[in-house]
Design a protein around this ligand. Structure first.
Ligand code: ADP
Ligand code: MG
Length: 590
């Protein structure tokens, strides 16, 4: 056969255009590549100007080391790079770039101009229009590099169609610049959008100072620094207070060896650390920098280099979780901090035993009987709800000196009353505290169930409870059988569709037990922790239950002793507080 061969090498511009599809998706990806090049060239000042979301203009200038005149053409040639020489170099990579295809790709889908000087005043330029060199020459230029991109994607209608409104594309560009600026704090960055300067980051600012450009003051004020070195690995950055968690994950910035990344392992470790402190649907704020030996991570997973793959995902997960958790545990137990501030001796002279107190009376119904039969004194001790089976372990709570005040070592921690039969109001002397009574009691019960098995202290029922089961529930019940026995239930499957309950955990009333089992069987709980949480929820006093003063005091006292008192087992806050400063702000005194 003669004529043209069937298989042909594509013309170079077309190769570049195809590659461009992978590397540069939109104006912000162009900007990312250009910023990375400037940083790789050791620039200390980078100025960016975009118009129309970057589509009509992206202009960037830097004061980096520049490109030699004879290498300008190479810079815009695909797979030409100054950053690696061999595959092995990827193992020790310290630059952002290494693929040598960004400039070639960008120049293949725009009107592109690159000007550069390695020495002051002695520069050169090259112009490339949609992949073809259209002009080149010499010009006087300060040391550094200047790139101008016009009409991005004008020759690629398919790509143009996918671009969003200019305002959205502008926002994405601003986001990229911000993310890079947060990781390169010694570099001076400016960012101009149309005729407006959006950001100016001065060199040498701290992470917090840079974040003030974008994060609200109250988030930054309560955010805490993370610093967690661990051998050749290190996690640093800053995490938001659980109370400022938000519905969207748009204030989470992750970095690996200073490179902004999207990474599921790091993200899930971060969320895991906040578990129990924020709601399942909420996201914290976090800026986390992970540094690790380059051999531990593969950055060449995707042309855009925003994904990475770790050698050991499990190790990274545990490292991040530990770093964040450590910071949260240290910083977010405000009530404790506050009481210690108020009365330093309180922490040294505990007036109440922290041993859980055995009192099987925990549901609202049983409590009422109890108060009638054996009135007040320590009627509220049930809230201390330990579940030790041995009655000798029961320790009476100390009677408050005056009914409204908690133990005398903390004279300024005063219970003021209940509002809406739901919230307990406290004064700390220098602040105001609201406690959600249901959430607090849930937390007390949950911790108690977690530490003390309920199995040895069943309450036998004179009349067994009967539950009708759907066929699916019948198998479910059998699967859950051992777990239910361990919780203190005695069960009998009378027929495949009828479950009899002969004994129930001491914590639950008969009615609450029935609700608990129904919820369990409709798969509302999966893990053992879910079981405990559900049990605590069913047994706890409810919103709308009126509490006598001593009941409220006992509840507060029992709750106050817990290490993780801030959140209920579902992650809702138990307590909200305002210190004097915050009150002054609310009253506009400051
Ligand atoms: P890579 O960054 O992967 O090497 P690029 O296409 O982004 O590939 O850039 C190609 C080459 O051009 C780089 O290796 C570098 O030598 C040079 N270069 C690009 N931008 C700059 C800049 N701002 N300052 C100095 N050199 C640059
Ligand atoms: Mg590059």
């Amino acid at each position: 056969m003669n004529g043209e061969p069937t298989i042909q090498l594509l013309p170079e511009e077309l190769q570049n255009q195809i590659a461009a599809g992978e590397v540069i998706e939109r104006p912000s990806s162009v900007l990312k590549e250009l910023l990375e090049n400037a940083l790789d060239a050791a620039a200390t000042r980078v100025a960016v100007h975009i118009r129309d979301g970057g589509q009509s203009l992206i202009h960037i200038s830097d004061n980096g080391q520049g490109i030699a005149e004879e290498e300008l053409i190479l810079a815009v040639t695909r797979h030409a790079t100054s950053k690696i020489r061999a595959v092995a170099d990827l193992q020790t990579l310290s630059s952002f770039g290494f693929r040598g295809e960004a400039l070639a790709s960008i120049a293949s889908v725009s009107r592109f101009r690159l000007a550069s000087a390695q020495r002051e005043g002695q520069g050169a330029f090259v112009e490339v229009h949609h992949g073809k060199i259209s002009d080149q020459g010499c010009l006087a230029l300060p040391r550094g590099t200047e790139i101008e991109i016009r009409d991005l994607f004008a020759s690629v209608p398919a790509r143009l169609k996918f671009l969003k409104q200019p305002a959205t594309e502008s926002r994405k560009c601003a986001e990229i610049l911000l993310r890079i600026a947060l990781a390169n704090k010694l570099v001076d960055f400016s960012f101009q959008q149309g005729d407006r300067e959006l950001y100016r980051f001065l060199p040498g600012q701290t992470l917090r100072q840079r974040l003030t450009a974008v994060w609200p003051e109250h988030i930054l004020e309560t955010a805490k620094d993370v610093s967690h070195p661990d051998g050749g690995f290190q996690v640093t950055g800053l995490v938001g207070a659980p109370s400022t968690a938000q519905a969207r994950p748009d204030r989470i910035y992750l970095y690996v060896n200073n490179r902004p990344v999207q990474n599921k392992t790091m993200l899930s470790a971060l969320r895991e650390a906040y578990r129990g402190r924020i709601l399942g649907k909420e996201y914290p704020q976090a800026v986390l920098f992970l540094s690790l030996p380059p051999a531990e991570v593969d950055v060449n997973v995707h042309p855009a280099k925003s994904e990475v793959r770790f050698q050991d995902d499990g190790h990274i997960f545990r490292l991040i979780r530990r770093a964040v958790l450590h910071c949260l545990e240290e910083n977010h137990a405000p009530l404790e901090g506050r009481t210690q501030e108020l009365s330093p001796e309180a922490s040294r002279t505990p007036t109440l035993s922290t041993t859980p107190i055995a009192l099987p009376l925990s549901t609202r119904e049983t409590y009422r009987e109890y108060t009638i039969e054996a009135p007040p004194k320590f009627s509220g001790t049930k809230f201390a709800a330990g579940l030790c089976p041995d009655p000798e372990d029961r320790l009476p709570l100390r009677a408050p000196q005056t009914p409204e005040t908690l133990p005398s070592t903390e004279p300024r921690f005063t219970y003021l009353g209940q509002i809406a039969k739901t919230y307990l109001v406290l004064s700390t002397g220098t602040g105001l505290v609201l406690i959600d009574q249901h959430a607090a009691h849930e937390r007390v019960l949950f911790n108690s169930i977690r530490t003390h098995s309920t199995k040895n202290s069943k309450q036998p029922l004179v009349m067994p409870l009967a539950l009708t089961l759907h066929p699916a529930q019948a198998t479910e019940v059998q699967d859950l059988w051992p777990r239910l026995l361990a919780l203190g239930f005695t069960l009998e499957l009378e027929t495949p569709h009828r479950l009899l309950v002969h004994a129930i955990p001491p914590l639950l009333s008969a009615a609450a037990s029935k609700e608990f089992l129904e919820d369990i069987l409709s798969a509302k709980a999966r893990t053992i922790e879910d079981f405990w949480a559900l049990m605590a929820c069913k047994a706890a006093i409810k919103a709308g239950d009126e509490l006598a003063t001593d009941e409220a005091l006992s509840l507060i006292e029992a709750w106050r002793q817990l290490p993780d008192r801030q959140y209920c087992p579902h992650g809702r806050p138990v307590m909200i507080s305002w210190d004097v400063k915050e009150l002054e702000k609310l009253f506009k005194r400051r």
